[in-house]
Write a protein that binds this ligand. Structure first.
Ligand code: DGI
Ligand code: FE
Ligand code: FE
Length: 192
């Protein structure tokens, strides 16, 4: 028997998310699965992590903060001011609690998918990249090139996405999470 009940997870997500977010979720899951095949990661883990990466997207800021506090997950003042960021950490908690995910690598991939983090695992990079390039995305800069690069050079793609995100955040005067900056610096310095 397969390790994960994909259709049960999909149905629950369909109930929890808006139609648009659910479509995005399916796009990320399939993209993550293809990237996993190309780059030699576990395809089922990538698919499940892709499905669940935005599972907390419909929660209120209050509920996200509450979930993190209850689980003992540290949150920063910047995250409280920009609770959009917290759907990643809250998502990992929800995935463990509501979707019975025990694999720490999958939970990390959900938790790090918005800002990235220094020293990401292969699976984490795959979900981080898939979130940006899935076929339903049309609003983000550099997509055409990144979609090709992602299948050739995953580490380069991570760096380019972070570079673009930092520029975008600078343009919109949104607060830059230190995690986004640290992840960029790390991949610029280390390459992988
Ligand atoms: O949840 P998605 O829309 O699929 O994508 P995501 O999890 O990458 O979240 C995207 C949002 O996160 C986007 O509006 C930019 C924002 N974001 C990413 N890094 C930072 C950030 N927002 C702030 N304030 N600071 C960051 O460093
Ligand atoms: Fe997200
Ligand atoms: Fe997403």
């Amino acid at each position: 028997m397969a390790e994960y009940n994909f259709s049960k997870i999909r149905h629950k997500l369909e109930d929890e998310l808006t139609d648009k977010r659910f479509e995005h979720t399916l796009g990320v899951a399939v993209t993550a699965r293809m990237l996993a095949r190309i780059h030699g990661a576990d395809e089922e883990a990538a698919y499940v992590a892709g499905l669940l990466h935005d599972c907390a997207k419909n929660l209120s800021a209050k509920d996200r903060i509450h979930l993190c506090n209850k689980a003992g997950v540290e949150i920063t003042l910047l995250e409280i001011d920009n609770p959009e960021l917290l759907h990643a950490k809250a998502g990992a908690i929800l995935a463990a609690k509501e979707y019975d995910i025990k694999d720490g690598d999958i939970l990390n991939a959900i938790s790090s998918h918005t800002t990235g983090r220094p020293g990401m695992s292969l699976l984490e990079k795959i979900v981080f990249v898939a979130d940006y390039i899935e076929p339903g995305r049309d609003e983000r800069p550099g997509l055409k090139e990144l979609r090709t690069e992602a299948f050739n050079d995953l580490n380069g793609t991570v760096l380019h996405i972070l570079d673009t995100t930092l520029k975008y955040l600078g343009d919109t005067a949104k607060a830059i999470d230190p995690a986004t900056r640290e992840t960029y610096d790390y991949y610029k310095e280390n390459g992988e």
